[in-house]
Design a protein around this ligand. Structure first.
Ligand code: WT7
Length: 637
């Protein structure tokens, strides 16, 4: 595989960037020419940010799996597509070549067809990080079904909300999942979710942990049995469904500032081009390299940079089932050594956590294969950046600090590995095709360098979301109504004297806990479901490892003797309703919350208290009852 659109120097970058702004349609058409199309487009781009409506490659016909699989068979058939490393280092790893992957995807696509799945149907996938998860999403794409992957850490309630919103007709899950020292009983959690999901007609269960499960007759089927059926049919091929450029590829739910997660919609052609272009360029992928992204396919990073980006580029992508600290904090370095990994793409929270173990687990590991490092999900602090650079990259590997979002489909602002001069804490420069703009509160553009404001994007890029599932008005309101004719990211950002971008964090009520996006309203709703809770307010505070921790202020109907137990129960309720990732780190029981006369909670004050910045609370005179502030300060944890 060669990548004629791969940037090779900073001059190349500048030229590509210029062209992408002067002639975006010509620029992206040139990239798109290097993909496999059933039919090429009539028009590259139609758009307006008012309705809003965004369409790329109108009239084109394709199937993303023909680009990820079929087109590689001739040259890369025997090349590893996926290297899979299990949770338990004693268990054998698996290597799946492009030909194996093609066969397995076709086989499972036929299983889906045998079970009545048709183009356009929604399929919920709730699995651990095993190769069958990648096979499942590709099999959906093969037949034009829309996948909605739900991260294995979400609760039954969260799954049910997502299945209902998308009206999924089929679910793919596992008996259980291994994650570090834990076994997660996926099927049993799914059974609880499905009690509230009448749209689901079939459930396919893949064996992983051999945890006993109950199988509902007529609804639940074993993955392995279904595959056998396809085998007895003589393993017929599964021709790829011809998709329109703007047909849905997948839905992925993410948190916003309201209580209800949004189904971010990505479509076939634009997403494919963008995931591939950003992968090939950001990481400067070279044929034969081994690339390792530590994310979970349950998040967008896994969709774009474990599955679709690397596979569409014919790359070898390493998929790891476990966590960086199991069985010990040397695990990632062992994996790098074992498979001679060339690129490692991970999250600041993982780096900070590994840093806390000191250099013991790093010493004596052979990391000499590493050429490029990457970071994603949250701002990376300088200390973690230098630790990564010096101790993992041994001073010789570039680090790409990639800023993007579930909504953007792929990387937006980042250094290009080895080409862009890096600066710790900075995502540096926009990739070609990305036109960032900083605005003040009133939407006025902040021109020039040395400014900071809210980060918006003023022109469409192929990977951007097209809607929020089932609610286009919400899409408009969330992203295009704050500032006229701009896509608003929700992030604050600074552009320094060199024109480099530094993301400073969310400016809305969204938290970033260990790189996971969590809406404060969602956590509050969950807390409020706990018996005896009158009201709650949730804010973020700086956390050494997680980046942000969750701080909850809770008013109880009456106080019990054992406050500690009450707090523990509340945290448990949140874990049960949303999932363990949303569990508050600190809960303070309070008598009242600081509210304005119109009843609005003043989160600014609560944030300051949570941050322990008690002397800078600002003006509290507009509060209905300023004395609650003193009381909260006194009870501060
Ligand atoms: C939010 C998006 C991008 C995939 C993983 C997270 C924050 C992401 C960076 C970065 C500073 C970052 C932003 C963004 N974020 N990358 N390199 N530097 N902040 O996707 O769950 O949709 O979250 O993550 O606040 O808006 P997500």
């Amino acid at each position: 595989m060669s990548y004629p659109y791969q940037i090779k120097s900073i001059e190349d970058y500048q030229q590509a960037y210029q062209q992408s702004v002067i002639d975006p349609e010509g620029f992206w058409a040139n990239v798109a020419d290097h993909f496999y199309w059933r039919r090429k487009w009539d028009k590259v781009l139609d758009w307006n940010f008012k309705d809003p409506e965004i369409k790329w490659f109108t009239g084109a016909k394709l199937n993303i799996t023909e680009n990820c699989l079929d087109r590689h068979l001739g040259t890369l058939g025997n090349t590893p597509a996926i290297i899979w490393e299990p949770n338990d280092p004693e268990e054998h790893h698996r290597i799946i070549t492009y030909r194996d992957l093609y066969n397995k995807v076709c086989q499972f696509a036929n299983v889906l067809k045998n079970n009545g799945v048709k183009k356009g149907d929604r399929v919920c996938i709730y699995m651990g990080m095993i190769p069958e998860l990648a096979i499942a999403i590709l099999a959906c794409a093969r037949i034009g079904a829309v996948h909605s992957v739900v991260f294995g850490g979400f609760s039954a309630q969260s799954i049910a909300d997502r299945i209902q919103d998308a009206q999924c007709s089929l679910v793919i899950t596992c008996d259980g999942a291994y994650r570090g020292a834990k076994d997660i009983p996926l099927k049993s959690v799914m059974d609880d979710a499905l009690m509230a999901c009448p749209s689901v007609k079939k459930v396919i269960v893949c064996t992983r942990t051999r945890t006993p499960v109950s199988m509902l007759k007529g609804r639940d089927l074993w993955w392995e049995d279904e595959i056998k059926q396809v085998e007895t049919m003589g393993n017929p091929p599964c021709p790829a469904e011809e998709m329109d450029a703007e047909d849905l590829l997948f839905i992925l739910y993410t948190s916003g500032s309201t209580g209800k997660p949004k189904g971010v919609v990505h479509t076939c052609a634009g997403y494919m081009i963008y995931a591939n272009y950003t992968f090939v360029n950001t990481f400067q992928y070279q044929p034969g390299e081994v690339y390792f992204c530590t994310a979970d396919i349950g998040w967008i990073t896994g969709h774009s940079y474990i599955a679709y980006g690397p596979l569409s580029a014919g790359a070898t992508t390493l998929m790891f089932e476990g966590v960086p600290t199991y069985p010990d904090a040397g695990r990632l370095w062992e994996i790098v050594d074992k498979f001679r990994v060339n690129t490692l793409y991970t999250a600041p929270t993982a780096i900070r956590s590994l840093m806390s173990y000191g250099l013991g687990p790093v010493n004596h590991k052979d990391l000499s294969s590493l050429k490029k490092l990457g970071s994603v999900g949250e701002p990376i602090n300088e200390e973690a950046w230098h630790w990564f650079k010096d101790n993992i990259g041994k001073g010789k590997c570039p680090i790409v600090d990639t800023w993007w979002q579930t909504e953007t489909g792929g990387i937006m602002i980042t250094p290009i590995a080895g080409i862009t001069k890096e600066k710790p804490g900075y995502a540096t420069l926009p990739l070609p095709g990305v036109q960032p703009i900083l605005v003040d509160e009133n939407g006025k553009e902040l021109k020039g360098n040395g400014v900071s404001g809210n980060l918006c994007i003023k022109f469409p890029w192929p990977g951007m979301l097209r809607s929020t599932y089932g609610d286009h008005e919400r899409f408009r309101k969330t992203y295009f109504s704050t500032y006229e004719n701009l896509y608003f990211t929700g992030d604050g950002c600074l552009r320094d004297e060199d024109g480099y971008y530094r993301i400073t964090g969310r400016v809305d009520d969204v938290l970033n806990v260990s790189g996971h996006r969590i809406g404060t309203a969602e956590v509050e709703n969950a807390i409020n479901m706990h018996a005896g809770v009158v009201e709650s307010a949730v804010v973020g505070y700086p956390h050494d490892i997680k980046g942000q921790g969750i701080y909850a202020y809770v008013i109880m109907e009456r106080l019990t003797h054992d406050l500690e137990l009450t707090k523990k129960d509340i945290a448990q309720t949140v874990a049960r309703i949303i999932g363990p990732i949303a569990k508050p780190d600190k809960i303070q029981i309070v008598g009242g919350l600081p509210k304005t006369r119109s009843g609005k909670i003043m989160r600014r004050i609560l944030r300051k208290i949570a941050e322990n910045d008690l002397d800078n609370l600002g003006d509290i005179s507009t509060l209905l009852d300023p004395s609650v502030v003193e009381e909260i300060k006194k009870g501060k944890l």
